[in-house]
Design a protein around this ligand. Structure first.
Ligand SMILES: Cc1ncc(COP(=O)(O)O)c(C=O)c1O
Length: 387
């Protein structure tokens, strides 16, 4: 197994910081906001009320009901509590699903660019990742024809995120419907819809592939509180899935971690049942940062910058710089470029090769506007000096 490229980059930049180097970190996968105060209050109350013992493996009943309420209120979907499994982060939710659904030798279809962990987890369960490529010209989205070409007798699962990490791309309702019509022809393919960035969506409402009723007995939605509620450290994710799949995930989790921290579960009830004002204001701030970073990056001539509608990442194409020289080194690909940028421009970002697209970089804009400006200034200076 490979170490996560994003974690590796974050470690490298921490090491350089320890040496006193002023690094601007655009490699992070988390908002720079603190968890809203009312959610922290809910956690404290939970501890004071004695929620300090082992919880049920799939989560407290009242949390599962709060998650069902969220689905009804925000998405118009009806789920029963026995379809919900609460886990230690959406990352564990995904692992539970893959361990439950996929056998060694099965194939899992993933559109690229994909989140690094998809590839690693698919391999971990002994399955084979089958990648469907997309490019910046397609707004990093796959077409129904591509999907159909990718499905074969071994395809067990289709796994994707919208809004997407690393591109920020968001599938529209009609694009999802076109994919859903392809799935109608292939009843053995299960769909994992990772919607962890649901609340960081800049245009229109969130669209889920679950809305297409003919697929409902073979979809698991993955979601959680990490991104939308600025709760990355609380480690709380969940799935909504057919009851048999939820049971299998509970069994799996029961032998690995058991139930998620009681404190995080009480906090999650507070988050899901209160108003979303703080989430909306975080999203508005992120939108301003996205616009700023796009405007700044467009000043760098060789970059092709995407215009994502969600999450907090940009995924510009940097291939115009491949083969250029810096201090005598040839920068042949996005890996070499990202390392040189860290070393010489002191900006940490992640090479697209980790996400299945080696023509691009992932830059996170979940940091304040001054740092965004300074980071892009450094990048511009770096690119201007390439021969
Ligand atoms: C697409 C995607 N899915 C899932 C996760 C995992 O979220 P969590 O922090 O809840 O484990 C992340 C986190 O970076 C992500 O980007």
């Amino acid at each position: 197994m490979q170490e996560s490229a994003t974690i590796k980059m974050a470690q490298l930049s921490r090491d350089m910081r320890k040496k006193g180097i002023n690094i601007i970190d655009l490699s992070l996968g988390e908002p720079d906001f603190d968890t809203p105060a009312h959610i922290i209050e809910a956690a404290i109350e939970g501890m004071q009320q004695g929620y300090t013992h082992y919880p049920p493996v799939a989560g407290f009943q009242d949390l599962k009901e709060a998650i069902c309420t969220k689905f009804k209120r925000d998405n118009g979907f009806h789920f029963n509590a026995n379809q919900i499994v609460v886990s230690t982060g959406a990352k564990q939710s995904l692992a539970n699903l893959l361990f439950s659904l996929v056998n060694p030798g099965d194939e899992v279809l993933i559109p690229a660019p994909y989140w690094v962990t998809y590839d690693a987890q698919i391999r971990m369960v002994g399955a084979i990742p089958r990648v469907l490529s997309s490019s910046i010209e397609d707004d990093f989205k796959i077409t129904p024809a591509q999907l159909e070409q990718g499905i074969n007798a071994k395809t067990k699962v289709f796994l994707f995120s919208s809004p997407c990490n690393p591109t920020g791309s968001v599938y529209s309702k009609s694009e999802l419907e076109a994919l859903a019509k392809v799935f109608a022809k292939y009843p053995n393919v299960f769909i994992i819809s990772d919607e962890i960035y649901e609340m960081i969506n800049f245009e229109g409402q969130h669209e889920s592939i679950y809305q297409f009723e003919w697929l409902r007995d073979r979809i698991a939605i993955v979601n959680g509180l990490s991104k939308g509620f600025a709760m990355t450290g609380w480690r709380l994710g969940y799935i909504a899935a057919p009851p048999d799949v939820a049971r299998a995930c509970t069994k799996m989790q029961g032998q690995i971690t058991s139930g998620t921290s009681t404190i995080s579960q009480r906090a999650a009830i507070g988050a899901l049942l209160s108003g979303y004002e703080s989430c909306r204001s975080m999203c508005n701030i992120l939108l301003k940062r996205r616009n700023l970073m796009i405007a700044e990056l467009k000043k760098i001539k060789g970059l092709i910058v995407n215009h994502p509608k969600g999450a907090f990442y940009l995924f510009p194409n940097v291939s115009a710089y491949f083969g250029k020289q810096y201090k005598g080194d040839t920068l042949g690909d996005a890996d070499a470029l990202s390392l040189a940028i860290l070393k010489y421009a002191n900006v940490a970002l992640v090479s697209g090769s980790a996400f299945g697209n080696d023509h691009c970089f992932r830059l996170s804009y979940a940091l304040d506007q001054e740092k965004i400006k300074e980071a892009v200034r450094r990048l511009q200076q770096f690119f201007d000096t390439l021969d």
